[in-house]
Every structure is written in C-alpha cells, then in structure tokens.
Write a protein that binds this ligand. Sequence first.
Ligand SMILES: Cc1cc2nc3c(=O)[nH]c(=O)nc-3n(C[C@H](O)[C@H](O)[C@H](O)COP(=O)(O)O)c2cc1C
Length: 163
Amino acid sequence: MTDAIDPKYFRQVMGQVPTCVTVVTTMVDGEPKAMVIGSFVSVSLDPPMAGFFCTTDSYSWQQLQEGRALGVNVLGADQIDVSNACMREPDERFDGLDWVDVDGAPRIAGTAAFITMTLDQIVDAGDHQFALCNVTSMDMPDEPIEPVIFYGGRYRTLAAEST
Ligand SMILES: Cc1cc2nc3c(=O)[nH]c(=O)nc-3n(C[C@H](O)[C@H](O)[C@H](O)COP(=O)(O)O)c2cc1C
C-alpha cells in the first residue's frame, strides 16, 4: 500500500478519465450472466485482441470466466437503464431486457456495438485482473448509435461535435 496516494483522491482523479459503459456477458448452464464494465479497451489489431479489468474477488467476474464465449455490449446513450439493470442482483440482471444468445454470448438489443471474444490470458494487476481476449466477431449498426459515457461517477452523453 502506498501512503502517498489516498484511495478517495485516486477515485476522484480517475473519475476525470471518461470511459465507455459496456455490459460483458456470457452463458453459464443455459443462463445469461452480465457485468457492467467501464474498463473495456481495444488492445491489438493483428491478432485482433481487446480486454477489460475486473476486481479480483468479484463474483460476476468468476461467472464470466465459466462461459465459453464473452459478449461485449457497448451501451448507447439511451441505454442507461440497461446499465442499471445489470447492476442488480446477478440473477435479476436480464429481467425485462431484450437479448439473444449469440453462440454463448448474450447480445442486448439496440447497442452501439457488439463484440464477441474468447478469454486468452488473465493477467494479475494489483487488486484487479486484466482479461486479455481474442476478438472473434464484431458488429455495429449501419447508422452509428452514440455511446453513453461514464465521467465523474455519472452517466453522460456526448455534446455536439466541436469544429
Ligand atoms: C459504469 C460502471 C463501470 C464499471 N466498470 C467496472 C470495471 O471495469 N471493472 C470492475 O471490476 N467493475 C466495474 N464496475 C462494477 C461492477 O459492474 C459491479 O461491481 C459488479 O457487477 C457487481 O457484481 P459483483 O459484486 O459480483 O462483482 C462498473 C460499474 C459501473 C456502474
């Protein structure tokens, strides 16, 4: 533990870094599982890789590791309710959601992007683990949907493009 960095201030300063809001999903024993993830990141083009960070002792992260595929649902600006739904108790997260099983990766309707992946490596990173994954398929609407953003501990939408 480093005395120099106060955890509260760490969170406050890191809150200045805007992130995406994704719901990472899998199927376990025929049941859909989901975890809201803001740390999703593109990693490599060749081979295509992407990843995300999870709290090491997260129950939801343990569940994601049990599936054979992962789905990354990049939430649109009008899908804050989907993020809130996926912050409920693990077995209630899909209640009322419109989704389909895409080869073991639940796809939520109306997202800005949908990416399927398989887990390649788990890398220890302090009190988190980095899930380094191989991208197996990608899709987005023909007419792009703007994403929701997480900033300063709150959901935001993008302002009009600056010139
Ligand atoms: C916008 C947003 C982004 C989040 N990003 C992450 C993340 O990148 N990694 C993580 O471990 N938890 C993240 N969380 C928290 C997890 O979604 C949450 O702790 C988890 O689903 C709760 O289940 P658990 O108690 O089984 O871990 C995020 C939550 C929100 C609302």
